[in-house]
Design a protein. Sequence first.
Length: 257
Amino acid sequence: MDNDHTSIHEFDFDLICEYFSTLERQGPGSPEMTLKALSFIHGLSGESHIADIGCGTGGQTMVLGKHAPGRITGVDLFPQFIDLFNHNASKLDLHDRVKGVVGSMDKLPFETEALDLIWSEGAIYNIGFERGLNEWRKFIKPGGYIAVTEASWFTQKRPDEIDAFWQDAYPEIDTIPNKLGQMQHAGYVPAASFILPENCWIEHFYTPQVAAQDDFQKKYAGNQTAEALIANQRHEAQLYHKYKAYYGYVFYIGKKL
Ligand code: SAM
């Protein structure tokens, strides 16, 4: 199998869920950066309703739950992730205020202008940054906020190998000024943006996968899907190490007009 040209989306979803369920986070990020983004959000109270879209097992949601007032609804497509999310909320005694529900980001289960804040780390790419910003806006109260992380180019030009990888994986990747322009165009005032530091990728995302990959390889020895999934993740990590000067995740925080 030519792994370079195999999209992760072609793999068996149950195996993908099992692999990522063993990790605290399913994408790059860190508690420190979640809190940094939260510091730009004003006006939350005990009455606030926050949604975390594409929440996964809730690594970042639990940080929000501990530090932000109000209620949080986590939404994810995969029931396995939501089960773990609710288990984690109970373990931390946050279950009264933090609840996970199965749902899709293209059909969110909220009323118009019901939310004070939409959060989404490493997940908006599933429907695309521009589409997500535009479609989710109606759920946010006037004066409310959106905070998302998104893959972005740091430079105007970059080597062909990494350009080709991203054009295949997510052609909507763009420079930071262009992403900010899209946010403004979608009806938000860009309130802050900052690049996630390398430790969000290495310490919090790729390094924990090394042990997970060893376990997974033992458990699924000879299983082509599992091997391809691991090869894919390793390839991504290698590219990150090689080209991290050219791209990364950026937190974009906007205020709805
Ligand atoms: N926010 C988590 C984090 O940072 O650890 C998870 C990020 S993970 C890279 C992307 C998440 O989006 C996965 O949990 C996946 O199940 C979820 N997802 C993919 N498509 C979705 C959709 N259409 N609706 C809701 N969630 C979706």
